[in-house]
Design a protein around this ligand. Structure first.
Ligand SMILES: C[S@@+](CC[C@H](N)C(=O)[O-])C[C@H]1O[C@@H](n2cnc3c(N)ncnc32)[C@H](O)[C@@H]1O
Length: 427
C-alpha cells in the first residue's frame, strides 16, 4: 500500500504542477525504482523492493496511462512541466479544439462566457493571440473550431474537457487533419495514430461517417487512444496494433482509402515544454535513423492504390525529418504525386531546400505562436485527359481552387497544362 500512496502522491503533485515528473518521482521514497520502472530501462535492482514494485507494475502503468489520457498527451515527455530555472521555453497560447462530435463552437463559447470569460470574437491577425490576458479568449484566425486562451490557462479539470466536448490540442497539431480535410464518408488511414488527437479530429471532420483505419506499434499508447476516442465520441475508427510498414496496400480492405495521415515518430525537437535545452537537439545518428523510418513510411503510404491526398507531419524542426524526407520521397515516386500549396495565408513556410518547398508549412513559437511543427500535403496528379475539376476543399485550406505550388493554379487541369511545359511540377 505504501507504494500506491507514494505513486499517487507523485501523480497528484504532477496534476497540481508542483514540478516536473522526474523531480517529483526523485523526491519520493521509491523514486529510483518507480522512475526506472515507468520511464527508464526497467528495474536494475534485486531484492524485496524489486519484488514489491513489480507486484504493482500493472497498476502503476495503468495510472500513468490514465494521467496521459487526462492530459491528452502522446508520450511521457509531454507530461513534463517547466520548472524554475530549467525552461526558457517561449509561452504559447492555450488552444482548445471544440469537439464537433459532441458540441458546437457557439455552445462552447456561451459556456465559457457563463464562466466569466470574455469572448473577443474571431481574431483578424495572429498578433491578437499573443495579447490575450486574464479571462479573455478568441476564435483562431485560421482554424474554424479552435478557441484561444492566454498561455498557462489550465482546463484539465474543466467539465467540458472531462466530458470530451473540448480537446486541449496545440494549434500546429490541428493542422494535419484540417489540411487533409477528408470528406464525410471517406476511407482514411491514420498510419501512426496513437494517442489519437489527430484521429479524433479527423473523425470530427468526417462527422463519424466513413472509416478511419488507425495503426500504431505501441500497445500502451493504443490503449490510451482507445479511451480517448470513446471520450471524444469518435465511433468510425478501427484500431490495430500493427507496424504500418507491414500493412498491405493491395489488401482489398484498403482499396477505397483515398486519404492518409502520416504523423510518424520524430525527434520532437519542436515541442516547447518538452525537454531541457541540452537534450533538445537530437544527435545526427538519431536523426538519420528517424529520417530513414520516416522516408520508408511516407514511401509506403504513397503505395495505397486509391490514395488521393496525404498529410505528412512531424513535431520536429529538423530539416532532415521534414523537407528532406518529402523531397526524397517525391523524387522516388516520379510524377505520381505533388505538393499542394496549402494555407497561403500561413506566415511560416517550408525551408527553401528544393523548388516548391514553400508549399509546406512550418510552425514555431515566434512566428506562429505554436509548438515547432511541419506539415506537407501531397496530392496524386491527375491524368491529363481527365475532365479536371477544381478542388472540393474549402478555399482556406488550399488557397482557393486551381492554385498550385508553382503559382499557376491548383487542380488537375492546371497540373496538366504545366506538365506540357515542363515534365515535372516538383523539381
Ligand atoms: C508522433 S506519434 C503520433 C501522434 C498521433 N498522430 C496523435 O496526433 O496523437 C508517433 C506514433 O507512431 C508510432 N509508431 C512508430 N513506428 C510505427 C510503425 N512502424 N507503425 C505504426 N506506428 C508506429 C509510435 O508508437 C507513436 O505512437
Amino acid at each position: 500500500m505504501a507504494l500506491y500512496t507514494v505513486a499517487a502522491s507523485v501523480l497528484a503533485g504532477l496534476q497540481r504542477r508542483d514540478g516536473a515528473l522526474k523531480t517529483l518521482v526523485y523526491k519520493s521514497r521509491f523514486q529510483v525504482l518507480v522512475y526506472d520502472l515507468l520511464f527508464g530501462k526497467g528495474l536494475k535492482c534485486g531484492g524485496r523492493w524489486k519484488v514489491l514494485v513489480l507486484k504493482h507494475q500493472a497498476r502503476l502503468q495503468a495510472e500513468l496511462a490514465r494521467l496521459k489520457v487526462r492530459r491528452k498527451v502522446s508520450c511521457n515527455e509531454d507530461l513534463l512541466v517547466p520548472t524554475e530555472g530549467v525552461s526558457q521555453a517561449p509561452q504559447v497560447p492555450r488552444y482548445v479544439r471544440v469537439n464537433t462530435l459532441k458540441t458546437c463552437k457557439d455552445d462552447v463559447v456561451d459556456y465559457f462566457k457563463r464562466q466569466g470569460y470574455s469572448y473577443l470574437g474571431r481574431a483578424a491577425r495572429m498578433e491578437e493571440l499573443s495579447s490575450l490576458s486574464g479571462k479573455q479568449f478568441l476564435l483562431d484566425p485560421h482554424l474554424p473550431e479552435l478557441l484561444v486562451f492566454p498561455p498557462q490557462t489550465d482546463f484539465h479539470e474543466n467539465r467540458l474537457y472531462i466530458a470530451g466536448h473540448i480537446i486541449l490540442q496545440d494549434k500546429a497539431s490541428c493542422l494535419p487533419a484540417f489540411l487533409l480535410s477528408p470528406p464525410s464518408g471517406s476511407h482514411v488511414i491514420d498510419a501512426c495514430a496513437a494517442p489519437g488527437n489527430k484521429t479524433s479530429h479527423m473523425a470530427a471532420i468526417l462527422k463519424n461517417k466513413g472509416q478511419i483505419f488507425a495503426f500504431d506499434l505501441d500497445p500502451n499508447r493504443l490503449a490510451t487512444m482507445s479511451t480517448m476516442l470513446v471520450r471524444a465520441g469518435a465511433s468510425c475508427c478501427e484500431l490495430a496494433n500493427q507496424d504500418f510498414l507491414t500493412v498491405d496496400p493491395s489488401d482489398p480492405k484498403y482499396s477505397n482509402v483515398t486519404y492518409l495521415l502520416l504523423d510518424p515518430s520524430c525527434s520532437g525537437s519542436g515541442m516547447v515544454n518538452r525537454l531541457p535545452a541540452e537534450e533538445s537537439a537530437p544527435s545526427s545518428e538519431r536523426l538519420r535513423a528517424l529520417a530513414r523510418f520516416q522516408r520508408k513510411a511516407l514511401s509506403h503510404a504513397l503505395r495505397f492504390p486509391a490514395l488521393q491526398r496525404l498529410a505528412y507531419s512531424t513535431c520536429s524542426v529538423q530539416q532532415e525529418e521534414n523537407e528532406d524526407v518529402v523531397w526524397d520521397v517525391l523524387q522516388e515516386h516520379g510524377t505520381a504525386f505533388r505538393l499542394v500549396n496549402v494555407l497561403p495565408s500561413w506566415p511560416h513556410r517550408g525551408l527553401a531546400t528544393f523548388p516548391g518547398a514553400e508549399c509546406c508549412l512550418r510552425a514555431c513559437p515566434a512566428a506562429t505562436l505554436t509548438n515547432g511543427f511541419f506539415v506537407a500535403v501531397l496530392e496524386r496528379q491527375q491524368e491529363c485527359n481527365s475532365q479536371g475539376s477544381s478542388s472540393s476543399l474549402p478555399a482556406e485550406v488550399d488557397g482557393g481552387a486551381e492554385r498550385s505550388q508553382d503559382g499557376e493554379g491548383r487542380g488537375p487541369r492546371a497540373a496538366c497544362k504545366k506538365r506540357r511545359k515542363k515534365s515535372r511540377c516538383v523539381k
